[in-house]
Design a protein around this ligand. Structure first.
Ligand code: SAH
Ligand code: SF4
Length: 392
């Protein structure tokens, strides 16, 4: 059953229309209602944008859709495509106004990643998929980001603009089209550029489209919204999708003072409010909230921080994903040593909380978290330099 979300913003592009919105549009042309679902499925399930190929539609309808350019075309194009030796693919996509974002396709390795949830593994096995056939796509929700986290290239650059639902969904339609015959897109994570919950309406519509059973049909629990912790919007997401959308929280520090110094959003929604909000998130049984913790040397990597993290998460169904900080332009911040990362993980585990280290993928394509670059229309890097006010 598709989700019916109240107050979904009206579609701004034909790619954003749900089956019933296609039906309403085609009813203006005197078409029966079921045509709406057919057109929707051609686009979102089959990835077909040329009406001439929509073979179950009558010829006159195909001709009219083409004549009036009713589908409107994809709102973006791929301008660069890199493939790493581990099959990670990074696409640089460009929108009509010349702005770019990146989206990354990440196949699992031969063995499933350690943080994959057991019921997802089971459902892949039931569908006859080997782990390496399972692909996760990381997508962007904004060009740049307004949240200003000091360790993040998007935050340092600032917000250029929100993406529309069409621009978000088109990343996935284009991404899926890049996959090999033996690969299947099973997971989508909003971990590219931007704060998805700062662009709530477009992201909510994109979620409905991506998980629609007549479209791409992604399992809701395998679409992950990653957020820096916008409490009212997390509550709204919980209500709109009954807690079924997977949630990842960028925590990164265990005291308000430290967190506010690296993530300005913490001044608005401090840790106490954020943790209370996670406790009321109506998570399905057996699922857990992912706590992202970017390890920054000398800032948040003390063993006492690991203990405080365990204490903070008491009562939250959570697993911790540690991300050794990837270096960014114009910042001296960096990751602890490999040993330090493992010690931090072991300390959390010793406290009884599952912790994994995010594996570096696609290094040779520069596709690492927080390094998704900003480029201007002329292809120039458009990062703003800023010195970092990190309290020690
Ligand atoms: N805005 C959302 C989602 C995008 S960022 C959020 O903040 O959750 C996806 C993840 O990458 C977040 O956990 C973010 O904190 C992390 N990240 C950002 N910059 C990073 C860097 N330089 N090194 C490692 N992780 C980084
Ligand atoms: Fe924005 Fe997330 Fe980067 Fe913070 S970490 S600046 S919220 S994209």
């Amino acid at each position: 059953m598709p989700h019916s979300v109240p107050d979904l913003p009206a579609p701004t592009h034909p790619l954003e229309r749900l089956p019933e919105e296609w039906s309403a549009r085609l009813a203006e042309w005197g078409e029966p209602r079921f045509r709406g679902e057919q057109v929707f499925s051609w686009i979102h399930q089959r990835g077909v944008f040329d009406p001439a190929e929509m073979t179950n539609l009558p010829k006159r309808l195909r001709a009219r859709l083409a004549e009036e350019d009713e589908l409107g075309g994809l709102p973006l194009e791929i301008v660069r495509h890199h493939r790493a030796t581990d099959r990670t693919r990074k696409l640089l996509v460009r929108f009509g106004d010349g702005l770019d974002v990146e989206t990354v396709l990440i196949p699992q390795l031969k063995k499933a990643d350690p943080d994959v949830q057991e019921d997802d593994l089971e459902s892949d096995r039931a569908d006859g998929l080997r782990p390496s056939a399972v692909v996760t796509q990381c997508i962007s929700s904004q060009v740049g980001c307004a949240m200003g986290c000091v360790f993040c290239a998007s935050g340092v650059a600032g917000l250029k603009r929100h993406l529309s639902a069409a621009e978000i969904v088109a990343q996935v339609l284009l991404g899926r089209a890049q996959l090999g015959e033996d690969e299947r897109l099973r997971n989508v994570v909003f971990m590219g550029m931007g704060e998805p919950l700062h662009n709530y309406g477009a992201v909510a519509r994109a979620l409905v489209l991506l998980t629609h059973d007549k479209g791409l049909g992604l399992s809701t629990r395998r679409v992950t919204v990653s957020t820096s912790g916008l409490v009212p919007e997390i509550d709204r997401l919980a209500a709109d999708f009954d807690g079924k959308v997977a949630l990842a929280i960028s925590l990164h520090a265990v005291t308000d003072e430290r967190r506010s110094s690296i993530m300005p959003v913490n001044r608005k929604y401090p840790l106490g409010e954020l943790v209370a909000c996670l406790k009321r998130y109506p998570l399905p049984k057996r699922r857990r909230i992912t706590i992202e913790y970017t390890l920054i040397r000398g800032v948040n990597d003390d063993p006492a921080d690991a203990d405080a993290l365990v204490a903070l998460l008491r009562g939250v169904p959570a697993k911790v994903n540690l991300i050794p900080m990837n270096p960014i332009h114009d910042s001296d911040l960096g990751a602890p040593s490999g040993d330090g990362v493992e010690r931090f993980r072991d300390r959390i585990q010793a406290g009884g909380v599952t912790a994994t280290i995010r594996r570096q993928r696609g290094d040779d394509v520069d596709a690492a978290c927080g390094q998704l670059a900003l480029y201007g229309p002329d292809g120039e890097r458009a990062e703003r330099t800023r010195r970092l006010p990190v309290s020690k």
